[in-house]
Design a binder for this molecule. Structure first.
Ligand code: NDP
Ligand code: PYC
Length: 338
């Protein structure tokens, strides 16, 4: 059985901030990154919780990122908000640009935030869920690096390209999903490799294009999209909407930009927010009831809504006041203090 360590919730952010500061992130970035790591770990999101401290530290240790980068938010008269992360991590740019996105969504009914020139290591659900908690529906997408073969191909052209969506519900946690368009997120494969576990079939091919369940061979070869050609097409859409549409890099270009150095991928992020009342003619109660009937029909037959596991983990961890991570992960994180 995996040995675990309990971390008190109150200790997590200061612990992360200390490590991030130690490695050269300024206060503003360290705080924003630590908030993201805490939010993910609170929900037992293992592949993008505290584990991602390594990616954040690798990014700055490789001399790639400006730990004090100041985002620049451009003003516009239309429904598009442009935030230049100025080669910093994405979190601070979102934090600073989101009030403008929210205001524009309320004004126009729909608005989009394009974050450019950012390093990105994180889950997307915290961003869309934050908007849903304010009553907006939201979606977000990012490319990553070209680790993933298109359906029918054998070499990486696409990123792991996550897509997240959140829908506000009255008096309840939002309906949220967030997943990589690859069969497995890269972070998940890294966790399998750390634990010495084989992958399920259908996740990756090795460098000769043969199916593999070996995590290292998968990382050296190519990952596969979920759902065959359907996931592949969605992944291409994400490349386009979070790349050329917003004047930023595709996963292929992000791979070139990395020049073989590790750390977080460099690219853009798109976030679209919808004001429900402006779409539904202010028939809000009637349309909330429609959505709730759908959710109830799903749950009544024994299926579960996405994020149900996460919300249950959050409630449990808040109640007991700590999260549990593997001792191995904890030991490795402690080494980051040296
Ligand atoms: P998962 O496969 O773990 O989960 C995907 C979603 O599906 C979650 O919302 C999950 O809810 C839901 N879900 C899982 N099982 C079921 C089920 N049986 N019924 C209904 N819903 C279910 O996600 P991934 O491993 O693909 O991605 C993990 C994270 O990695 C994401 O947050 C993503 O943003 C991040 N990522 C980031 C990248 C980046 O470049 N920044 C790249 C790729 C991924 P629940 O959580 O409740 O289980
Ligand atoms: O898990 O695929 C992934 C990933 C890429 C960048 C951050 N996470």
């Amino acid at each position: 059985m995996t040995k675990t360590v309990q971390l008190a919730l109150d200790d997590i952010k200061p612990f992360c901030v200390k490590i991030l500061r130690h490695h050269g992130y300024g206060n503003a970035h360290a705080d924003a990154i630590a908030d993201m790591l805490y939010t993910c770990q609170l929900d037992d999101c293992q592949s993008h919780g505290l584990f991602r401290l390594f990616m954040a530290i690798d990014t700055i240790s490789n001399g790639k990122i400006d730990g004090n980068a100041e985002p620049v938010i451009a003003s516009s008269s239309n429904a598009i908000v442009k935030a230049d992360a100025s080669n910093g991590m994405s979190q601070l740019a979102f934090e600073q640009a989101s009030p403008e996105l929210i205001a524009k969504a309320r004004q126009h009914g729909i608005a989009a935030l394009a974050i450019n020139n950012c390093y990105h290591f994180s889950a997307l659900w915290p961003v869309v869920e934050q908007l849903a908690s304010l009553g907006l529906a939201a979606m977000s997408m990012v490319p990553s690096q070209s680790w993933v073969a298109p359906a029918g191909g054998t070499r990486g052209s696409l990123g792991t390209n996550p897509f997240a969506f959140s829908w506000p519900r009255q008096g309840k946690n939002p309906f949220t999903f967030d997943f990589a368009t690859s069969a497995f997120a890269r972070g998940e494969i890294e966790l399998y490799r750390r634990e010495g576990k084989p992958l399920p079939e259908g996740v990756a091919v090795d460098k000769d294009g043969k199916p593999t369940t070996d995590p290292q061979a998968a990382m050296d070869g190519a990952m596969l999209t979920f759902g065959g050609y359907k996931g592949s097409a969605l992944s291409i859409m994400i490349e386009l909407l979070a790349g050329p549409l917003i004047d930023d890099l595709t996963s292929l270009e992000s791979m070139d930009h990395a020049e073989g150095r590790g750390g977080a991928p460099y690219h853009g992020q798109v976030i679209i927010a919808f004001d429900l009342a402006q779409f539904n003619g202010s028939h809000t109660d009637q349309n909330d009831a429609r959505a709730e009937r759908l959710f109830a029909d799903i749950v009544d037959q024994g299926a579960r809504l996405p994020s149900q596991r996460r919300y249950a983990a959050r409630a449990r961890n808040l109640e007991r006041g700590f999260v549990e991570i593997s001792k191995q992960l904890h030991d490795d994180i402690l080494k980051l203090q040296e």
